[in-house]
Design a binder for this molecule. Sequence first.
Ligand SMILES: Nc1nc(=O)c2c([nH]1)NC[C@@H]1CN(c3ccc(C(=O)N[C@@H](CCC(=O)O)C(=O)O)cc3)CN21
Ligand SMILES: O=c1ccn([C@H]2C[C@H](O)[C@@H](COP(=O)(O)O)O2)c(=O)[nH]1
Length: 283
Amino acid sequence: MKQYLELCQRIVDEGQWVENKRTGTRCLTVINADLEYDVANNQFPMITTRKSYYKAAIAELLGYLRGYDSAAQFREIGCKTWDANANDNNAWLNNPNRKGEDDMGRVYGVQGRGWQRPDGSTLDQLSKVINNLKNGIDDRGEIITFYNPGEFELGCLRPCMHTHTFSLLGDTLYLTSYQRSCDVPLGLNFNQIQCFVLLALVAQITGHKAGKAYHKIANAHIYENQLELMRDVQLTREPFASPQLKINPEIKSLEDIETWVTRDDFEVTGYQCHEAIQYPFSV
Ligand SMILES: Nc1nc(=O)c2c([nH]1)NC[C@@H]1CN(c3ccc(C(=O)N[C@@H](CCC(=O)O)C(=O)O)cc3)CN21
Ligand SMILES: O=c1ccn([C@H]2C[C@H](O)[C@@H](COP(=O)(O)O)O2)c(=O)[nH]1
């Protein structure tokens, strides 16, 4: 929690204003942030200085792992975060590749589970990594990347947290996640949870201990219409201790994640937080 608040304070104190053409809203911006999460000791990085909706963040991650490409699929598993980008953004609405209501196109999990090869076949990056890790193999390229510049025009948004590298050291699994662009009041709240859960879950289904998750962010920003709430409300609050996450131990394979796991297989204990803050969202 301390590192999150320090990043927010750093943006407020040292950020520079950057115009943003896509959303039309300028952002107070810093470059480079390194965060880490202690999965080994179950220090679940949920924001405590406002109410955090962790189940929606986990549902979003499950949707990515399943290769979902429609905001309707995300809604069905308890996550509304893709409605606006799929249905309210003019650039995407006018894009001839959009296949209709709720279509997100070839984003995130579509690339993770079905990267298109030149010969027309597809590559399942996630299965490869899980199979190797299950067999104790780290080929120094246990990487899942959603970032496919050749297909940007086929999706509603370029992936933000775009690459995940898994590393095995003895029987301990580590994760390094890379993010090109981060909406610190809204998105990071979800992304911190997702890095933690991704490592905890993959460690569980591949039979390893979880170590740390490292989260590397290039452009970290606060939108202009979020600044007052962050500076004058959220940053004046004292954080509470980190809660703990309990994952259903019956989750044992990638197939389980694909078939029956829901957001209710994840329970948080010991969560104490300040009142909710509703931050504006820029589409
Ligand atoms: N401008 C912007 N910021 C983002 O963080 C973001 C995007 N766009 N587009 C793609 C995804 C969607 N994400 C989102 C979208 C909405 C919330 C959001 O509204 N969160 C609320 C409540 C969530 C709920 O009730 O389930 C929050 O208070 O955290 C969070 C992340 C993260 N990403
Ligand atoms: O997981 C996510 C997804 C998106 N974001 C934020 C970061 C930016 O504010 C927008 C994306 O805008 P771009 O113009 O494509 O950079 O969404 C996030 O923080 N986390």
